[in-house]
Design a protein around this ligand. Structure first.
Ligand SMILES: *Cc1c(COP(=O)(O)O)cnc(C)c1O
Length: 464
């Protein structure tokens, strides 16, 4: 029999070895490694099996079939890697296994929540009273903010959604940009406002909401929910927040929500002040820490600047729930029991500091620019203004671009995926890992260029 100590030591050793060797392996696992996952399968055991064997099997078979998304060479989606300090904090948090629902359940989670909330508001330049809630991701952060918006807007219109529901409620005019993220619509559907029952404001060629096409604010009767975006998921573009906030102020019964799943962190980089202008005037903002801040999954954050709005939407009542002194997470989020996500965020904020986070943002944006520059000079079309960490490229045409992406994924050294842009296929390159430096960026551009050559053999060779 192995002791619990041996078991945990073995698990920690596997985790450390994985983190230490991530850049020696390909961003994509081999087909053999994926096929070998079958070793995790079998009939549900009737009787107990050895725990160390379970950990070893998981580490060996599972670890070989991971995407290398914590390394320097993964550019897929907008995923983000993880800082060693976040991983370390996460290991400790998992050992503690605290329920962060209420301060009475975890003094350390409660204290770290208070600190992290203050630090985040300072870092992002949000008002001191801004409510901060940790949830699973930006989808749920958006949904939480939108629920708070819905409830506050209808409360002002004399309607109690929480008790009376949406049937018969005054109408809310919901406006979203043409390029709103798919999960924003999902969130609208979830809270009963409807995925399709929205007014779509056209976007420009970068995916920015065209504020000049908003209706006259005085022409709309009743509450308005205006959803904007900091960081379009393909181009990284930011909506023009100053005119949007002006519009909301003039309309009088409107709420401005911003989906900043990755882009919100640009607020921490002084060199991007122009891009974020007016952003902090929003009534609510959603972001992810597991993307660009490079914190472990899963961690989204909802910010609501209107006092008590989250609590009005999410408070629960039960006889065994004591009134508590501090921040009661379960009364500010859709969750009740929850892990103390704030602790990994705290560990990264403390370790990087303001300048470190600004450097993370700046450094990854510089890498995106370097990749764009290299690819442009090799004849690729860069479809976006590279204002952030996103590069959108097309090679010749949609069809060749699709073959290029397939070749990159087959090659495996780096990973990029497709998207649809401007009625065609494009390749999306997101530099979201703290590990990616300029050398990695240039090497990635070289891989892409080599793969492009592979899918377009010169005419004198193609006939053989
Ligand atoms: C990733 C993303 C989301 C969804 O975030 P999850 O953490 O996956 O729930 C929403 N909006 C934008 C702009 C995103 O990039």
């Amino acid at each position: 029999m192995t002791s619990d100590n041996d078991l945990l030591r073995a698990a920690a050793a596997h985790a450390i070895a994985y983190a230490a060797t991530i850049d020696e392996r390909h961003a994509t696992p081999t087909p053999e490694a994926i096929a070998a996952l079958g070793a995790l399968d079998g009939p549900l055991p009737d009787d107990p099996t050895d725990a160390v064997e379970t950990i070893d099997l998981l580490a060996r078979i599972g670890g070989a079939a991971t995407m290398g998304s914590t390394g320097a060479n993964y550019f897929g989606f907008v995923n983000g890697a993880t800082y060693p300090v976040a991983l370390g904090a996460s290991m400790i948090v998992n050992a503690w296994d605290q329920n962060a629902a209420l301060p009475v359940m975890s003094p350390v989670a409660a204290k770290v929540y208070d600190i992290t909330r203050r630090w985040l508001n300072e870092l992002l330049g949000l008002a001191e009273h801004t409510d901060v809630a940790f949830v699973t991701g930006a989808t749920v952060a958006n949904a939480s903010c939108l629920a708070a918006a819905r409830d506050a807007l209808l409360r002002d219109a004399g309607w109690d959604v929480q008790n009376d529901g949406m049937f018969g409620a005054p109408e809310i005019t919901v406006m979203i940009g043409e390029q709103a993220h798919s999960t924003l619509r999902k969130s609208l559907g979830l809270i009963g406002l409807g995925r399709r029952r929205v007014t779509i404001i056209p976007s420009d060629d970068q995916g920015r909401l065209r504020s000049e096409l908003l209706p006259d604010p005085n022409s709309i009767e009743g509450p308005v929910l205006l959803c904007a975006q900091a960081g379009e998921v393909n181009t990284g573009a930011f909506d023009p927040f100053e005119p949007l906030a002006d519009w909301v102020a003039e309309q009088g019964s409107a709420w401005l929500h911003v989906d900043g799943a990755f882009g919100l962190w640009a607020l921490a980089d002084p060199s991007r002040a122009e891009l974020v202008q007016g952003l902090t005037r929003a009534d609510s903002l959603a972001t992810d820490a597991h993307k660009w801040l490079n914190v472990t999954y899963d961690c989204g954050i909802a910010f609501v600047t209107r006092p008590a709005a989250l609590r009005r939407s999410f408070a629960a009542v039960a006889g065994y729930l004591p009134p508590d002194d501090g921040f009661e997470a379960m009364h500010h989020t859709p969750q009740s029991s929850q892990r103390a996500r704030q602790i990994e965020v705290w560990s990264v904020l403390r370790t990087l500091g303001r300048s470190g986070i600004a450097e993370l943002v700046q450094g990854t944006c510089d890498c995106a620019e370097a990749i764009a520059e290299d690819l442009r000079s090799c004849g690729f079309q860069v479809l976006n203004d590279v204002v952030l960490n996103q590069v959108l490229v097309r090679f010749r045409d949609s069809e060749t671009t699709e073959r290029l992406i397939a070749e990159i994924q087959r090659d495996g050294r780096i990973w990029c995926g497709p998207t649809q842009w401007d009625s065609g296929t494009a390749m999306r390159i997101s530099v979201s890992s703290w590990k990616t430096n300029l050398d990695d960026a240039r090497a990635a551009a070289d891989v892409i260029t080599a793969c492009a050559v592979a899918v377009t053999p010169p005419p004198n060779l193609s006939g053989n």
